[in-house]
Design a protein around this ligand. Structure first.
Ligand SMILES: [Zn+2]
Length: 385
């Protein structure tokens, strides 16, 4: 049995976002260029896995489509029909003017959601320990009735609902480390005490009016929505601090039966859509910690779904380091960009203002999770493997 599934379909790379510039449409004085959300960063992940040979050690699985009923676990019938009709007639925008798509993208988006469902199935049925889904289009910004930020259907929400319906799981943890706030996922579970949603993101990035620390859920779900807005410039040290101080302690109290990760590698040091400084080493360490939580509470059951990540050159290396950790196989590939940031002391140094931003969330959530006890690094890491 291979430890890790790699789930993808060639058509993920055929989802066509057309021409824009960075993330805005072309027009006026904006000369048409490729949108930053293009197939390249994702296709190059597959290429690197092929090139270094790690793909041979993975259980490569083609996804199935999510049915209309499954997409309807979250999205409204009107929205699903609108996407289908636009897709059939040549393409359009999914709602916010920043989610363009071409002809046939309904089928590709349903295959992307189906990839997340397939990931849940192969992990829950014990075919593999964990799975990495190369989902495209991404999903975490998509709301029930509106696409946003290049996301059409919310893959992880649909996968979580599938896990509940098919396997009777109650407690699901969704960890979203995409640098943008997972607004669509937050909306889906804001009242739900059985879904622990944790989002690490750059403050005031996108959507700029969502993801505030004070948004901690409501009604029965109060305390189960954990937003960790981080200052620009946060590096590996700040992210790991958030895990040690906040994410691991809360997860240990929540005791998830399944963990789904919205894995956007756009907090990387070379990403054009953020100002964060996470490196391949940081992504590997975060994955190790999440694996530790999964091993402790749910027999290692872990499904990663790819979200954003826009440095075509660097996303493949960040994603490789995640898959190395999941599969527990060293590909032998060194981070070729490592020499350019190896001597930057800020990568591994926690700045006071970064510490304070995490401590503020700890204070907000302490009444719900009894976080007063100081959790030291040794405690957390001793449980990792
Ligand atoms: Zn993102």
């Amino acid at each position: 049995m291979k430890r890790t599934a790699y789930i993808y379909d060639e058509s993920y790379f055929w989802h066509n976002t057309g021409h824009g510039a960075l993330f805005i449409p072309a027009g006026g004085y904006v000369e048409p260029d490729s949108y930053v959300e293009s197939p390249e960063s994702k296709r190059r992940v597959k290429n690197l896995l092929d090139r270094c040979g790690l793909i041979k050690e993975l259980d490569v699985i083609n996804p199935r489509h999510a049915s209309k009923e499954e997409i309807g676990y979250y999205h409204t019938p009107e929205y699903i029909n609108k996407i289908k009709s636009l897709s059939d007639s040549g393409g359009g925008d999914a709602g916010d003017s920043y989610t363009p798509f071409g002809k046939g993208s309904y089928e590709i988006a349903s295959l992307s959601a189906g990839g997340a469902i397939t990931g849940v199935d192969v992990v829950m049925e014990g075919r593999v320990k964990n799975a990495y889904v190369m989902s495209r289009p991404a999903g975490h910004h998509a709301e029930a009735d509106c696409g946003r930020g290049f996301c059409i259907f919310n893959n992880v929400v649909i996968a979580a609902e599938h896990a509940r319906k098919k396997y009777g799981i109650n407690r699901i943890m969704i960890l979203d480390w995409d640098v943008h706030h997972g607004n669509g996922t937050e909306s889906a579970f804001y009242n739900d005490p059985n879904t622990l949603f944790v989002s690490l993101h750059q403050e005031y990035n996108f959507p700029s009016d969502r993801g505030f620390a004070e948004h901690i859920g409501e009604e029965a779900g109060i305390g189960y929505n954990v937003n960790i807005p981080l200052h620009p410039g946060t590096s590996n040290a700040g992210y790991i601090y958030a895990f040690e101080k906040l994410i691991v302690p809360i997860a240990n109290r929540f005791k998830p039966e399944l963990i789904i990760v919205s894995a956007g590698q756009d907090a990387s040091i070379y990403d054009p859509l953020s100002r964060m400084m996470v490196t391949t080493k940081g992504y590997k360490e975060m994955t190790e910690i999440v694996k530790g939580i999964a091993n402790r509470h749910c027999n290692g059951k872990l499904v990663f779904c790819h979200e954003g990540g826009y440095s075509t050159a660097y996303v493949p290396f960040c994603t490789l380091s995640i898959i190395e950790s999941l599969s527990e196989i060293d590909s032998g590939v060194e981070d070729p960009f490592g020499i350019f940031h190896a001597n930057m002391p800020v990568i591994d140094r926690l700045m006071d203002h970064q510490k304070e931003s995490v401590d503020k969330v700890v204070e907000l959530l302490s009444p719900y999770w009894n976080l007063d006890k100081e959790i030291g690094k040794a405690d957390v890491l001793s449980n990792v493997r």
